[in-house]
Design a protein around this ligand. Sequence first.
Ligand code: OSB
Ligand code: MG
Length: 367
Amino acid sequence: MRILAIELYRVAMPLVRPFETSFGRQHSRDVLLVRARTTVGDGWGECVAMADPVYSSEYVDGCEAVIRGYLAPALLAADDVTAEGVAGILGFVIGHRMAKAAVETAVLDAQTRAEGVSFGEYFGADSDTVDCGVSVGIAGSIDELLAEVDGYVREGYRRIKLKIKPGWDLEPVRAVRDLIGETALQVDANTAYTRADIEHLGLLDEFDLLLIEQPFVEEDILTHIALARAIATPVCLDESIVNAEVAVDAIERGATSIVNIKAGRVGGYLEAVRVHDVCAELGVPVWCGGMLETGVGRAANVALAAMANFTLPGDTSGSSRYFAEDLTEPFVLVDGRLTVPTGPGSGVEVREELLAEWALRAPITLS
Ligand code: OSB
Ligand code: MG
């Protein structure tokens, strides 16, 4: 195919409740959507970067700038583009994985729609539904936290993940464990701790957690190794795992025994599949992370999470956990699971009238 145009849309999606983590509090999701207009048809990708560079170095204005200045011009100049060739064409740009992932996904969506193949089939998914967990932000009080968690358990979520930080860890985890009994529970620190906290984090062992996610800064593999040796709770890396090679390195050195896979963080779904595969070879289970995606990104995540080695529930929650109204048909939990879309490409349709209604600015066309 040839790329005829790349269109960039920016929409503001208010969250149904603020989402607070150790890196700040979001009230709304500032989403960048990419539409690839190609000779075989159109496709969509969602950029997962946050409004500010506080989870990773990427942020949404930066992604837009790198797509406008480098990624879109390179794709528009290429004679023949395939989804499998996008990473090579864009490889001259260092990093900027979330921006690259959004563009590659738009091309993949166009390509697979034209071929009549669903993302699930393309990735080699082997189930029709995925088990869903929910990521619960830092709350104003323990009572507020328990009320929120109780609501999710009643909705059927199969696993609860609590955001933690120094000063908000043992007490909320104990309270939630008491509330939910044997329901699966895990925690995510988003790099809020340091080596000096290893002994303290060991106190989480008594709560029988599935894992502790990314306690230390992304570059610091060594401290994660030290923690994994010191505590019983499995250590799981998120921010640190930026591609399949880094995943192998972190696993072989003993820094992570479970891996969170986010396609945006590793540069796209094709690399996400490779991370899945190397983890499977090494006997390391994976689960699908989330970045508060709209239905556009969620559809692809749900298809990815249907691959065989995604054996733990993902942060693939229903649309209503995030938004009053989604940009696509909503993802609705049934018995704690979401159904993998079966239509061509991502299998969902963008509600273009909402894109216009919620637009932060007019779309930009690069051609
Ligand atoms: O660390 O997993 C994370 C959201 C934004 C940025 C980073 C993270 C998260 C979540 C929410 O935990 C997952 C979701 O429900 O999409
Ligand atoms: Mg995380």
